[in-house]
Design a protein around this ligand. Structure first.
Ligand code: ATP
Ligand code: MG
Length: 565
């Protein structure tokens, strides 16, 4: 393709809306443009990268025996009614009505449709195991679309679903997808980590996420320095640590603490560490109000809390609701005499004589003890694990890192097959409920994650497998006949081989052409300049600093070898 004819609107300016480098580079390299918050159009280079990613995924899935289907993006409400998810999805799902007033939605995921398909089309164990997938556009009205295609409202997902008759079968199908994912992400040149993930309120029996470590990742990965065990934040159990609480059986005491509402204020007033306080947070879980206690220096993990409560919505309660159960302003909640259930983090059980809100504006209690001054409804792991905690498996030291979730594999069990009556006849002719797994990859997010890992101050450094064009031929001076001819010739040879090649035939200064080639990240650059008369060109890899002069033939061979590695 000739650069002069291709729509590659590169930008010199750094777009102000983009906060992270992959987002900036996708805009600057002319891969995409924003249509609305979290909604993007793809330009020619972007489309080629997307197609390359899709094909890597498609080949990986096909190699592992999965079959490709394509489901509609727009679906009628009835599809979600049987699984109960019409309500579960809440505001994250785009809902619409047809001209007759019937409810429709734009699919945020497709468990229901695949389950219905297998229920209606597959009758016998002889057809199982079966793994079906699609590469299709999903819609989620995310609360905070951001970072370009990393978290968008319209995105392409590869979603796959496995169907088995036995748990052992599911284990096998799951492992098969695990292996496919490892191959796929390796082919994209990603440096990834697989972490144990939370199976959530969905009630599955196992789940893992494929994470790309990156400072811009929205997920926190927690891993052990010693044994290497890795999990995402909500899955890693918090191991309670001992704290230096005052010894003895001290009497509870009410202290006047005017305007002292935060742990920060309290530590100043009491002149002691935040670990000697306990925070009481008041949550609204669907329609119910609950109090949650964690040590003063800890944070509540809302996924752990939500899993325990089994609620759909969870948020901090509004001031009026806090006042209802505590009788006090926000900032003075405590478990003693509170008018709602109290859930307590495991670590607080190890504490005594701590300081906590008194359920009275401007007052705290000192020397509070569990089971003497109040009794929690439940004691469970509710806090975020932090760097320095003990590993629950080996006692080693836990560290944390940020990660981008590019893929997710999940043992679903029978949640959907039960709801939809998806059964198959087994060898004895008996009807058995099918056991499912589901497996997702965010295609656009993969691209952004790869750019996060493969770029420098000059632009993107595409891995060959994803590069929109593998080679760019740059004649330094297009009005020089010798240069133009040799460049054309090299370009022609690559085209004959069926290789995606660009020729920068624009009448631009070489500096401009080099800058653009670097920005759009083409793996191999062949520059045809002063030595064109001798048949010598400059060979340069995007990933390396220096270029090498060599005969055009050698450059062609070197390029061929490099891109077919
Ligand atoms: P997240 O925790 O990031 O919201 P999720 O748990 O909702 O992800 P899944 O429902 O498991 O994601 O979807 C499968 C894959 O789809 C994810 O691993 C991710 O790569 C991708 N994905 C999910 N939401 C988005 C989004 N809003 N924009 C781009 N990709 C997404
Ligand atoms: Mg999500």
């Amino acid at each position: 393709m000739k650069v002069s004819q291709l729509l590659i609107p590169t930008l010199r300016e750094v777009p102000s809306e983009a906060e992270i480098s992959s987002h900036r580079l996708m805009l600057r390299a002319g891969l995409m443009r924003k249509a609305a918050a979290g909604v993007y159009s793809y330009l020619p280079l972007g489309v080629k990268v997307l197609q390359n990613a899709e094909n890597i995924i498609r080949r990986g899935m096909n190699r592992h025996g999965a079959q490709e289907l394509l489901m509609p993006a727009i679906l009628p409400k009835e599809v979600l009614e049987q699984s109960g998810r019409w309500d579960v999805f809440g505001p994250e799902m785009f809902r619409l009505k047809d001209r007759g007033g019937r409810d429709f939605f734009l699919g945020p995921t497709h468990e229901e449709m695949f389950t219905i398909t297998v229920r209606d089309e597959v009758r016998s164990y002889k057809n199982l195991p079966m793994t079906l997938y699609q590469i299709q556009t999903k819609y989620r009205d995310e609360r905070r679309p951001r970072f370009g295609v990393m978290r968008s409202r319209e995105f392409i997902m590869k979603d796959a679903y496995s169907f088995d008759l036995t748990e052992e079968g599911l284990d096998k199908s799951y492992k098969n997808m695990y292996e496919a994912y490892c191959e796929i992400f390796k082919e994209m040149d990603m440096d990834f980590t697989v972490v144990d993930a939370d199976s959530g309120a969905m009630g599955g029996s196992g789940s893992q996420e494929f994470m790309v470590k990156s400072d811009v990742g929205e997920d926190t990965i927690v891993y052990c320095e010693k044994c290497g065990y890795a999990a995402n934040e909500e899955k890693m159990p918090g191991v309670p640590t001992e704290c230096k609480c005052p010894e003895g059986d001290l009497p509870m005491e009410k202290i006047h603490t005017p305007n002292v509402k935060t742990i920060d204020d309290l530590t100043k007033l009491f002149e002691c560490e935040p670990s000697l306080f306990v925070k009481t947070l008041i949550y609204r879980a669907d329609d119910k109000i609950v109090a949650v206690m964690v040590r003063g220096d800890r944070e509540v993990n809302e996924t752990k809390l939500q899993n325990y409560l089994g609620c759909i919505d969870l948020e901090l309660a509004e001031a009026a609701a806090v006042n209802d159960v505590t009788g006090a302003a926000v900032g003075f909640a405590g478990p003693v005499g509170i008018k709602c259930d109290v859930l307590m983090d495991l670590e607080v059980e190890k504490m005594k004589n701590f300081i906590i809100g008194a359920n009275e504006t401007d007052y705290h209690y000192k020397n509070v003890c569990v089971n003497r001054d109040f009794t929690p409804k439940a004691v469970l792991d509710l806090r975020n694990v932090v760097s320095g905690d003990a590993c629950p498996k080996c006692g080693g030291t836990i560290r944390t890192a940020q990660g981008i979730e590019v893929g997710h594999i999940f043992k679903l069990g029978t949640k959907y097959s039960k709801a939809f009556g998806c059964t198959c006849l087994d060898e004895n002719g008996e009807d058995r409920t099918v056991i499912m797994g589901c497996y997702g990859i965010g295609v656009n997010r993969c691209i952004a994650a790869v750019i996060e890992q493969h770029s420098d101050e000059n632009g993107i450094i595409w891995p060959v497998s994803l590069a929109p064009y593998k080679v760019i031929v740059v004649p330094v001076n297009t009005s020089n006949e010798e240069q133009a001819q040799l460049a054309e010739k090299i370009y022609g040879v690559f085209r004959e081989k069926g290789i995606d090649v660009l020729i920068d035939d624009r009448n631009e200064r070489p500096g401009v052409k080099f800058k653009d080639a670097d920005l759009i990240g083409i793996p191999v650059r062949i520059t045809v300049g002063k030595r064109a008369g001798e048949g010598v060109v400059e060979y340069k890899l995007r990933s390396e600093k220096d270029s090498v002069d060599m005969p055009a033939d050698d450059a062609f061979k070197a390029a061929l070898e490099y891109i077919s590695k």
